[in-house]
Design a protein around this ligand. Structure first.
Ligand code: HMG
Ligand code: MG
Length: 267
């Protein structure tokens, strides 16, 4: 790549959230914070730390408020951007009381997946998200918005590019500064990525789009490169390739942060 084409890439580390939500063993809050500290000491500047969801659904992250107490009093964490998943108003209230500055709202292209994951259809979830976004904006919180199952759903088949665009537009209208395109079950391929990214580019500035690849099909690095070549510069990744969604049958880990670093260093 010529110097002229050099672009900065931003990596959002999602290991403490997407990674740990899928681990059988539940870590103590102190151990989670140790992981966060180690990530920070590696120079990572954006970390999705946890989620404010219903504890019986994701028991691994039931200590979200406590983890943020550790983060917010740590001098080492100053200057690092932390975010957390928020599914509804109850989650938002908890995030506000934990002094979270950035939230991530999440929906999907598929009713079947959303019903299993958040007990709401896509339209119902968008209504919830609009309330959450209005509340978050009042508090001056930043908002990221996920479009999950953007390349297909384990329960509902292929996703249409039109549905990805429609939901992305809704999320931007509600106030998301960045929309994250999720390959929840790791079935994307570079050809499909190029199609989706080109459609996104026809509708939005790619500066505001991030990709979130899972590596089930071992294509996540190839997909990352394809997306980067099409103009995407923000990528979610998980240290050690941890990750998955307990409500997405067959989802495996996220693309590994260290693999992304090797890829982008080489470019
Ligand atoms: P629900 O069962 O529909 O909730 O859950 P409800 O509104 O009917 O309330 C039932 C009970 O839950 C009530 O308690 C509420 O207070 C409580 P009760 O009165 O019975 O004692 N409740 C809550 N408690 C704590 N925090 C909350 C909350 N909300 C309600 N926020 C809900 C709906 C969305 C909360 C639930 O389905 C849930 O927590 N789902 C978790 C889903 C999840 O975290 N999935 C993994 C993350 S998504 C993902 O991994 C994909 C991603 O990585 C991108 C990609 O890969 O594509 C982001
Ligand atoms: Mg994920």
């Amino acid at each position: 790549m010529s110097e002229k084409n050099c672009r900065n890439v931003r990596i959002v580390e999602v290991g403490p959230r997407d990674g740990l939500q899928n681990e059988k063993k539940i870590l103590s809050t102190a151990d989670k914070f140790l992981l966060v500290e180690k990530l920070v000491s590696c120079g990572i500047k954006h970390i999705e730390a946890t989620s404010f969801v219903r504890a019986p659904r994701i028991p691994q992250l039931a200590d979200a408020e406590d983890l943020f107490a550790f983060i917010n009093r740590s001098p080492q964490c100053e200057g690092v951007h932390f975010s957390a998943l928020v599914p509804n108003m109850k989650g938002l209230e908890a995030a506000i009381s934990a002094d979270v500055k950035e939230i991530a709202v999440f929906t999907a292209t598929s009713d079947a997946f959303n019903l299993k994951n958040i007990n709401a259809t896509v339209e119902e979830s968008l209504q919830r998200i609009s309330l959450v976004c209005a509340g978050a904006k009042k508090e001056g919180m930043k908002i990221r918005g996920y479009v999950s199952t953007a390349f297909g759903c384990p329960y509902g088949g292929d996703a249409t590019v039109a549905s990805v665009i429609k939901i992305s537009r809704d999320l931007f209208h509600m106030g998301a500064y960045e929309v994250v395109i999720g390959d929840t079950i790791g079935i994307a391929t570079p050809g499909k990525v190029v199609n989706v990214v080109r459609a996104l580019r026809d509708n939005f500035s790619l500066k505001n789009i991030a990709m979130h690849f899972h590596d089930t099909g071992k294509m996540a690095i190839a997909n990352t490169l394809a997306a980067f070549e099409e103009g995407i510069t923000v990528f979610d990744a998980s240290v050690g390739g941890l990750g998955g969604c307990p409500y997405a049958k067959s989802a495996s880990g996220n693309v590994a942060t260290e693999d992304l670093l090797r890829l982008f260093d080489s470019l």
